[in-house]
Design a protein around this ligand. Sequence first.
Ligand SMILES: [Zn+2]
Length: 75
Amino acid sequence: MKVNCDQLAGLLPDFFDGDLSREQSDAAIDHLATCASCRLTVDELEGVRTLASDHGRLELPPESKERIRRSLGLS
Ligand SMILES: [Zn+2]
C-alpha cells in the first residue's frame, strides 16, 4: 500500500489515535520517510497533541509516539 500526501493527511488523525491497521500505519510511515513536508506536518501535529496532553485532554498512545519518532529519526 502506498499513500500520497492527501491520503496521508486523511490517515493522520487515526494514526495519532493508534486506530490505523498495520498496513495503513506502515504506509503512513513509509510516506513520512520520503516526504519532508509531511514530516513537518506531523511534527507540528505532534507538538499540538503533546501540548494538549500536558493539559490532560489528549494522550498520544506511547506506541504511536515511538513509531512517529522512529520514522522521523528522532530516537
Ligand atoms: Zn507527503
